[in-house]
Write a protein that binds this ligand. Structure first.
Ligand SMILES: *Cc1c(COP(=O)(O)O)cnc(C)c1O
Length: 429
């Protein structure tokens, strides 16, 4: 380990506070954090020169690989003009163009307005505020409930966190609205539809819940229910957006267009924090006011529509077109399924849940009972996989494998071998 790495580690240990991290263990003298220095394509390199496959796309953000020449160049070119200017009172070309391009990804006249923010959580906050404001301005203030689903994860700012059922993420901030949590559609009958502002869901697959798949057709059925009762549908495609499930957006697979959608993680190709909430013209129009009333959406952040982020996002969308990313993903997804099927034969692999390029591999004891949570078997498996050149994180005992779209066949194969070896090493031991 060289001096610079030692300095970085000791500064980290003394002064940083990592997300979702038990810091006593992190700061313990025997914990040596992995220091990532560089990357290229689907590969990351650490301070010791070791290479790893970026098995969870740097927590579900990276799409086209690290240091993609097109995104690098777009950010550099933007940097030569300006890095950031305020969107409060001004506009800028990359943001305006990005809004137009995002809208063009949807059927004409459906999602027509784009509100920029910084991350998935804030994109959800915006959607919630829009839904509540919409009903208030339309004279239906009694519509102040959000229906969400057990296990959902919509981010960890207070409003977004109030929607999920994951107790660790749960907070008590429910002023001004209520949350009704359902296990599945069979519980919709518990709901009084005329009190509901919107239903919020991660379509096709719940991410942080452990890559849990919804039954096929569920989203379509939910959309029919919302239309029947005039309830808004908010889709959280923060994880599933931008090709991760095999189509540009997950909801396309069920022929659904929502009333609001939150996009973040992959929006900039995994380069910069930028998010977008897209909505319909009729919701936008609810906020247009006559001179004697003020219906303005008073919401926004300092870095809204950051020019560097928007330039990166435009380059990412251009890569989708130029490299025909969605078409090229199809054979890769098929190959991914084959490799996962081989893992399914391992005695400790209890279940494999795949949605396009997102997979969760759940390990349990051979009799199907879960390992004791305190053993942190999932974390141990990921640690063992790291020694085989694969970097990823578990969700409890579900190993996430969701590499960048640019991953090669050879890289995918060795990622699955790494998991196989790691599961054998940890679970048999
Ligand atoms: C990551 C994630 C969020 C939160 O996004 P942040 O950028 O971490 O705030 C919300 N919803 C889903 C489905 C996510 O995967």
């Amino acid at each position: 380990m060289n001096a610079a790495t030692r300095v970085a580690i000791s500064a980290d240990r003394a002064h940083t506070w990592h997300p979702f991290t038990p810091m006593r263990e992190w700061c313990a003298p025997d914990h040596e954090p992995l220091v990532l220095l560089s990357g290229e394509g689907a590969v990351l390199r650490d301070s010791e020169g070791r290479e790893y496959l970026d098995g969870n796309s740097s927590i579900w953000t990276n799409l086209h690989g690290h240091r993609h020449p097109k995104i690098d160049a777009a950010i550099r070119a933007q940097l030569d003009r300006v890095a950031h200017t305020s969107f409060l009172g001004f506009t800028n070309p990359p943001a305006a163009q990005l809004a137009a391009e995002l809208v063009a990804l949807w059927p004409a006249g459906t999602l027509t307005r784009v509100f920029f923010s910084d991350d998935g959580s804030t994109a959800i906050e915006v959607a919630l505020k829009m839904a509540l404001g919409h009903w208030r301005h339309r004279g239906k203030p009694e519509r102040r409930q959000f229906v969400s689903f057990r296990g959902a994860y919509h981010g960890d700012t207070l409003g977004a966190a109030s929607l999920g059922q994951i107790p660790t993420f749960r907070t008590a901030s429910r002023e001004g609205y209520e949350v009704v949590e359902l296990a599945d559609l069979s519980e919709l009958e518990k709901v009084e539809p005329e009190r509901v502002a919107a239903v919020v869901i991660e379509p096709l697959i719940q991410g942080a819940a452990g890559m849990q798949l919804w039954p096929s057709g569920m989203l379509r059925e939910l959309r029919a229910w919302t239309e029947q009762h005039g309830v808004l549908l908010i889709l959280d495609e923060v994880m599933t957006g931008f090709g991760r499930t095999g189509t540009m957006f997950a909801c396309e697979q069920e022929g659904v267009v929502p009333d609001l959608i939150a996009l973040a993680k992959g929006l900039t190709g995994g380069y910069l924090p930028l998010a977008a909430t897209l909505t319909r013209e009729r919701i936008f129009e609810s906020f247009l006011s006559d001179p004697d009333e003020d219906r303005t959406l008073y919401y926004g952040h300092s870095y809204t529509a950051n020019q560097l982020g928007c330039a990166a996002a435009l380059a990412s969308l251009e890569i989708f077109r130029e490299e025909k990313v969605l078409a090229s993903l199809q054979p890769k997804i098929a190959r991914f399924s084959e490799l996962l099927a081989e893992l399914a034969d391992l005695p400790h692999v209890f279940s494999i849940r795949q949605c396009g390029f997102i997979a969760g591999i759940e390990v349990r004891r051979t009799d199907g009972t879960p390992f004791p949570p305190a053993d942190r078997v999932g974390a141990q498996v990921c640690r063992a996989a790291r020694a085989c050149g694969l970097l990823t994180r578990p969700i409890r005992d579900t190993i996430v494998l969701s590499p960048p779209n640019c991953v090669t066949d050879a890289q995918l194969t060795s990622a699955c071998s790494a998991i196989s070896a790691a599961v054998a090493e940890i679970c048999h031991g």
